[in-house]
Design a protein around this ligand. Structure first.
Ligand SMILES: NC(=O)c1ccc[n+]([C@@H]2O[C@H](COP(=O)([O-])OP(=O)(O)OC[C@H]3O[C@@H](n4cnc5c(N)ncnc54)[C@H](O)[C@@H]3O)[C@@H](O)[C@H]2O)c1
Length: 258
């Protein structure tokens, strides 16, 4: 039985992709602890999904604080009994000033630390919380959010690109360390994701941005019981952007465009 009585923690669950993850896991019958630094947004996620009959419960959690992570996980384990699935989705790439593109030499030490802490340190701390229990029960699925920025780099986001590249490597090492303990660890690397409707995007082979639901399909697949023979991989869900520049593009009639 896929997702037989499984319990999941989803971080950053008040955001665009986090909401979609909670929705798809909830619809599959998974009991979901939805966490976010913003209690408002995560409560909105949980309330909407509870109205559909899904077991999605909100928790406040700041992934940059070891103390906050520890206390929220203690509460979650007391409420749910166990954590079978961890989705490390909380992540940001824009700075406090709202700007999302900064040349490396203009990034302050504080912003560098903030971006690394949310994307990388938070992922590390959450994994530390769940691995001992998963190893004891000899079952676990961990899916971390990478990014196309962590694979091929994003100019204007050196901090975020470095953090996501590190998340992808952290994933591979954790997969090796936990392979014999029944825990799989994988990452999913989105390309550009639209909020709402799909938008044209000439940087991808598919010529469009993706949706939160499309990213989530890959995450949920890796989180399933049936994905037990896949570990240590990074799955790009990016419309083919990782394939590189499309200099020899072909149109819908199969004709070369250049
Ligand atoms: N949207 C994209 O185009 C894209 C592309 C590649 C990778 N990603 C990755 O996907 C994940 C989700 O992205 P999204 O587009 O849904 O982002 P989003 O901004 O919609 O959601 C991110 C969530 O993380 C939460 N968050 C921020 N700081 C936090 C903290 N300190 N502790 C806990 N939660 C915190 C925010 O409150 C928010 O709800 C991120 O890891 C992001 O890096 C997104």
């Amino acid at each position: 039985m896929p997702f037989n009585n499984r319990t999941a923690v989803v971080t950053g669950a008040g955001g665009n992709i986090g909401r979609a993850i909670c929705r798809q896991l909830g619809a599959a019958g998974v009991h979901v602890a939805a966490t976010d630094v913003s209690m408002n947004t995560v409560t909105k996620t949980a309330t909407e999904l509870q109205a559909l009959g899904y077991d999605v419960r909100p928790y406040q959690q700041d992934v940059t604080s070891a103390e906050s992570i520890q206390s929220s996980f203690a509460q979650i384990i007391s409420d749910f009994g166990k954590v079978d699935i961890l989705i490390n989705n909380a992540g940001v790439w824009c700075h406090h000033d709202g700007g999302c593109r900064h040349l490396l030499e203009t990034i302050s030490d504080d912003e560098w630390k903030r971006i690394i802490d949310i994307n990388l340190l938070g992922t590390f701390h959450c994994m530390k919380q769940v691995i001992p229990g998963m190893a004891e029960r000899h079952y676990g699925r961990i899916v971390n959010l990478g990014s196309i920025a962590g694979n091929s780099g994003l100019p204007g986001a050196a901090d975020y690109s470095a953090a996501k590249a590190a998340v992808i490597m952290l994933t591979k090492v954790a997969a090796m360390e936990n392979a014999k303990r029944g825990i799989t660890v994988n990452s999913v690397s989105p390309g550009m994701v639209a909020r709402g409707d799909v938008k044209p995007n000439s940087g991808t082979w598919l010529g469009r941005s993706g949706t939160a639901d499309e990213i989530t399909r890959a995450i949920v697949f890796l989180a399933d019981d049936d994905a037990g023979y896949i570990t240590g991989v990074d799955v790009p869900v990016d419309g083919g952007r990782i394939l590189g520049p499309h200099n020899f593009d072909i149109n819908t009639d199969g004709k070369f465009l250049s």
